[in-house]
Write a protein that binds this ligand. Structure first.
Ligand code: ATP
Length: 231
């Protein structure tokens, strides 16, 4: 998530309990089954009858329909335009993905999330009105490259292109030192938010607390300062 996504997520209604997912490939199935397991009503659709039957047999969703989403009439008849949020999960068929996104937006759906499979695809989806575009392969690739090059960083949340909140393994250099001694703010310009202890995090830890090798710490600050840490 980044700031560009903030407007979209803020505009989602908190009381929205229903989602429609178009396309039951790996991505569409994973979105559908997760929403379903979380207790939301999901209507899943696919042009392929077999995929629709599988979704119902495997109880991935409660409701599934076969339809061609490039046909506005089929979407209208299925009630897709009544949904507050529709996920267009068609990554590998660019033409179908673009036409579907256009149809759903023209049908008046306020929140349309679409999956892109390339940068051009992402741009086209935005042009036809997608409110939020995800590019899972690209995002997973970036995350993997970061993990491979900085294995001590366990997780990170990008606030904007320059600032992040990062969960990392306590560097060897900090082992046995107190929070005051490591001088995170003075030496690195970073703020320490939490330190792990026996599987739980202590938030705003005391300055005299000692850091231990193998435990985790969470810091917030500039990416260039985070990169200066001895990790
Ligand atoms: P993968 O499964 O390879 O990770 P993906 O999740 O992006 O990729 P796709 O291969 O793009 O999935 O397939 C998405 C689904 O969209 C397929 O099940 C396909 O049958 C369906 N689909 C394609 N065209 C249409 C259409 N016109 N209407 C409805 N569903 C469609």
């Amino acid at each position: 998530m980044n700031l560009a996504s903030l407007g979209f997520f803020r505009s989602l209604r908190k009381d929205n309990n229903q989602f429609a997912v178009i396309g039951l490939g790996r991505f569409g199935r994973s979105v559908s089954s997760t929403l379903h397991k979380l207790g939301y009503e999901v209507l899943a659709t696919d042009i392929d009858e077999k995929r629709v039957c599988e979704a119902l047999t495997e109880q991935i969703v409660g409701h599934a329909l076969q339809l061609d989403s490039t046909e506005p009439a089929a979407l209208k008849e299925a009630g897709i335009f009544e949904f507050d949020t529709v996920i267009v999960a068609i990554g590998n068929y660019i033409q179908e993905s673009i036409i579907t996104t256009l149809n759903v937006k023209e049908g008046g759906v306020p929140h349309v999330v679409a999956k892109a499979s390339s940068e051009v695809h992402r741009k086209l989806l935005k042009k036809v009105g997608a409110d939020h575009v995800v590019f899972p392969e690209y995002e997973a690739g970036c995350a993997l490259a970061r993990t491979l090059t900085k294995p001590s960083i366990l997780d990170r949340f990008d606030l904007d292109p320059d600032h992040s909140i990062v969960e990392m393994i306590v560097p060897d250099e900090f082992h046995g030192k107190t929070i005051t001694e490591i001088q995170l703010r003075n030496r690195y310009g970073l703020n320490l938010l939490a330190v792990s202890q026996e599987g739980k995090f202590a938030i705003n830890p005391e300055p005299n607390r000692r850091l231990e090798r193998g435990s985790a710490m969470v810091v917030i600050g500039c990416n260039k300062d985070i990169n200066r840490l001895p990790i």
